[in-house]
Design a protein around this ligand. Sequence first.
Ligand code: NAD
Length: 434
Amino acid sequence: MRIGVARETAPGERRVALIPQEIDGLRKAGHDVVVEAGAGESAGFPDAAYAERGAIVGTASDVLATDVTLFVRTPGSAAAEAGELVGGLRPGQVVIGLGDPLGTPAAAAALAARGVTSFALELLPRITRAQAMDVLSSQATLAGYKAALLAAGRLNKILPMMTTAAGTLPPARALVIGAGVAGLQAIATCKRIGAVVSAYDVRAAAAEQAASVGATFVDLGLETESAETAGGYASAQSEDFLRRQREALGKVVAAQDIVISTAQVQGRRAPVIVTADMVRAMAPGSIVVDIAAAQGGNCELSRPDEEVDVGGVTVLAPTNLPATVPAHASRLYAKNLVNFLRLLLVDDAVRLDLTDPIIADTLITHGGEVVSARVRDLLGLAALDTTTATDATGSPDEAGSADIAAATDAGAATNTGAADSGRETAATATTAGG
Ligand code: NAD
C-alpha cells in the first residue's frame, strides 16, 4: 500500500505524523511511503532523512493520492485549515490522525461526504492492547512535563528549598488539578525540580497514583464515587458538585505558587475549577498553567494561547504543548501510529474488523457515512441499523469499496457495492482499498 505523510497545516503545529526511523518497518511490511516535502522539518526531520530511508518525497497532491494518509490533525478538525484539504481527499481514501470528532463532529460529516474512511485516534479504547497506540497518553505525558517547566520558568521564585549563608529559601508549592496522564507527569516533574507538590482529582483511584509520584493528595471531602467511567475517564460532574468543589479548593489554591490544571471530561467542555477570585487570592508572582485550555480551560480566566495577568498572577493557557517538543512528540506519535497500522493493514489491505474495539471505536466515517455512533448522536443523525446488512465487500482495485455492515442506506454514492474479489461475508469484518 502507499502510505502518505502530510505536512501539517494547523497554526503552530510543529509535529509530524511519521518520523524517518519508522519507515524501515513499513517498507519491510511491503508498503511505500510518500512524504510531503517539508512535512518533518519543524520537528527536526529534514526531507533528506526520509529519502535516506527510502521514502518518496513528493508534493501535497502526491500525498493525497496515497491509499492511507497519516496526519497529526486530520483535515477538517478544529485546528486544521479545513476546507481545502478535505476537498483534496478521494472517496475510499483512508485517513488516520487526531480528528477531534467529539469536539468538531461537522468535520466528520465533511469527511463522510467525501467518501473518506477516517479514523480518529482520540477514541481508542483504554484497553491494554491499545496502550501502544494511545496517542492521547503519549502526548499528554509531554504536555504535563512541559507545563511544569513552563510554570517553573515563569515563577518569580526557585522551586527547591535552598539553604545558603544568606538564609534558607522555602520550597515552592505546586498544586496539580487532574491527576491523569498529564497531571502525573506534571507532579513528577515539579517534584524532581524541588517543589512541594499536592494533587487533586475527582477520581478516587488517582489518589494512590498521585502519591506514588510524590504528591500529597488533597481530599476535599466530596463524594466522588461515580467519578469514573468504565473507560477510565472522569465522568461529568453536576454543576452543584463543581460549585462545592470550587468552594473547597479556594483555600488550597490561595496557598500555591504554581497551579497546573489538566482536568478533562471526554467529549465535553473542561470543568471550570479555578475561578477568577481564586486566582486573585494567590500571591503576586504566582503562576497558573491551564493545559485544559484547548477544551475550554479549567480556569475561568484562561484565554487560549494567551497570557493573562491578574494582580501579578500570570495565567497561561497553552493549547498545544506537545508541539513545543515536536521531535519527541512526533517520535511517540509515529510509534503509536505504526502500531495502529500493524493492526489495520493486513495482507496489503485495510482490514476493517469491527469485532475489534480498537477499529470499531476509532472508525468515524466509511462508505459515505458517519459510522461512529457517538459522532452520529452529536450530529443528530439516527443510529445506523447494524442488523440488516449481511455482507461486506472490498476489492484491492476499488479503494474504499468496502461497505461496512452498518452503512446500508444513505450516502452510498461512493460505495461501489459488491466487488468481484476480496469478498468477505462476515458482517463485521471488511476489507477496504489497497
Ligand atoms: P483526562 O485527560 O481525560 O483528564 C485528566 C484528569 O482530570 C483525569 O484524571 C480526570 O479524572 C480529571 N478530572 C476530570 N474532571 C475533574 C474535576 N471536576 N476535578 C478534578 N479532576 C477532574 O484523563 P487521562 O489523563 O486521559 O486519564 C484518565 C485515566 O485513564 C487515568 O487513570 C489514566 O491512568 C487512565 N489511562 C488508562 C489507559 C489504559 O489503560 N490503556 C491509558 C491512558 C490512561
